[in-house]
Ligand binder design. Structure first.
Ligand code: ZN
Length: 138
C-alpha cells in the first residue's frame, strides 16, 4: 500500500514577523524581490504578504491581534520560520493519508487560506517539530 500523497512542490515558507513593512525591506531592497499581494485573513488574525521566489513563495505573517497564533508564536519564540507549506493536488486525500498514518491534524477539514487556497495544518508533533501546511490551489 502506498501511504504517500502527491506533494508537488514547496509552496511557501511562512515567516512570523512583527511588521510586514519592516521585514519586507530585506526581500525588496536587498534581495530584489517583489511583494506580490498583501491580504488580511481574519479567521487566522493575520495579515500576510507573499513574495514569489522562483516556483515558491515567502509568506510574511504579521498578527492583527495580540491573541492570534502568530502573535503567540513570536511571544514564545521570537520572529522566524513558523511553518512550511507543501502544495498538494487533492487536500482531502492528503488529509486522509496523514490521518491513516497517525499524524495529528490541526485541521480535520480544509479551510480557506490567503490567495484563495484551501489549506490545512498538520501538528508539529508528528513532523519533526515542523508545523506543516498542506495547500491546494485551484
Ligand atoms: Zn502558509
Amino acid at each position: 500500500m502506498v501511504l504517500g500523497f502527491a506533494a508537488s512542490r514547496l509552496d511557501h515558507v511562512g515567516i512570523a514577523v512583527r511588521s510586514i513593512d519592516e521585514a519586507s525591506r530585506l526581500y525588496v531592497d536587498i534581495l530584489g524581490l517583489k511583494v506580490h499581494g498583501v491580504e488580511v485573513v481574519p479567521e487566522q488574525k493575520v495579515k500576510v504578504a507573499f513574495i514569489p521566489v522562483g516556483d515558491s513563495e515567502i509568506e510574511l505573517l504579521e498578527s492583527t491581534a495580540p491573541d492570534g497564533p502568530v502573535a503567540k508564536f513570536i511571544e514564545a519564540k521570537g520572529e522566524g520560520i513558523q511553518h512550511i507549506a507543501l502544495r498538494v493536488t487533492d487536500i482531502e486525500e492528503a488529509l486522509k493519508k496523514c490521518k491513516e498514518v497517525g499524524l495529528r491534524l490541526i485541521d480535520e477539514t480544509p479551510r480557506k487560506g490567503a490567495g484563495g487556497a484551501r489549506i490545512a495544518f498538520v501538528h508539529p508533533k508528528g513532523t519533526n517539530g515542523v508545523l506543516l501546511e498542506l495547500c491546494e490551489r485551484g
